[in-house]
Design a protein around this ligand. Sequence first.
Ligand code: BMP
Length: 260
Amino acid sequence: NRVNIPFEKRIELSTNSIAKQLFNIMATKKTNLCLSVDLTSSTKIIDLLEKVGEHICLVKTHIDIIEDFSDNFIMQLKQLGTKFNFLILEDRKFADIGNTVSLQYSKGIYKISEWADCVTAHSLSGEGILKALNTCTNTGSKGVFFLAEMSSEGNLITHEYTEATVRMAAKYPDLITGFVCQKKETFSNPGLIQLTPGVQLDSLKDDFGQVYNTPEKVVLENGADVVVVGRGIVASKNPEAQAAIYKDTLWKCYMKRVSG
Ligand code: BMP
């Protein structure tokens, strides 16, 4: 069962270079925390990452919510990634036809393909989206977290949709880093990474349908490898201390999972 195999061993089972890097970072830094920096000010994001960079393996951005976006911000973000050894996931949730996605990925103001180690994409529009992301010219290695399930209540993803998404991903072993999903049964390939959002220690939901689970539930029961925390850290009074708490709690759950 993939969830009982330690990250070190899963490195060699990966066929995507970003998945290999991420497993490696998690094993070395002993953290499976992904911080979702859903802030609208680039200076606030940089300040926050200076404080919590040591605790995270991955930072997840929504680049289109930033009000003072600049190329300098990207430069600083990349520098922090190198300094603290974390990767960058742009949570763009591409969902259009392949041709449009290839433009959204590499052009416009954000030029996502130039700086994001990996991106998220929906399977809704079909395989063309993966073809497009796969052929886009990009200097380094790249990865895709494919949306197989969502955390929000009332979402329209069915069991059949999830299964078809996992089958679609299997055709692109070089490109797929893993799945954004909620359950351990969703996929079995130990070379792929389960990225699970919807985690908070102090809250069960928000006002817009987000559903939160505890670290224990998502890591031990539901098979999350990398756990996404946004407001649980970002909106707390002391993000630095909170990030350390989430990191320790999540890592303990992971250790329990692989040793038990
Ligand atoms: P928060 O922990 O503040 O609820 O943030 C969760 C983050 O994860 C958001 O950036 C959201 O876009 C993302 N997300 C999610 O909440 N559920 C999903 O199913 C997929 C996501 O990417």
